[in-house]
Design a protein. Structure first.
Length: 85
């Protein structure tokens, strides 16, 4: 559902829509957003490292607020830092 939300609106990529991360990257790096079929659907600036992604996948925003109380942005990739391909 995450790919559909990204494609049909100005939606951000939320952790609840993330299944996994591939490769190693740091917070602030540009990452590919890939559909379950392997198609790159978007590219954007990640607010989390690959290690953090593995621990927050499928968590909702309320859960992230507990884990990261000092973060201003809890989206994995905010729609303002995302380009659809």
């Amino acid at each position: 559902g995450a790919c559909r939300a990204l494609a049909f609106g100005q939606a951000s990529l939320l952790s609840v829509g993330v299944n996994t991360s591939i490769g190693e990257f740091h917070r602030g790096d540009i990452v590919d957003i890939v559909s379950e079929s392997g198609e790159v659907v978007a590219r954007g600036e990640s607010q989390y490292s690959s290690h953090e992604i593995d621990s927050i996948a499928h968590k909702n925003l309320a859960e992230l607020e507990i884990i990261y109380p000092d973060r201003n942005r809890l989206e994995v990739v905010h729609h303002d830092a995302l380009v659809l391909l």
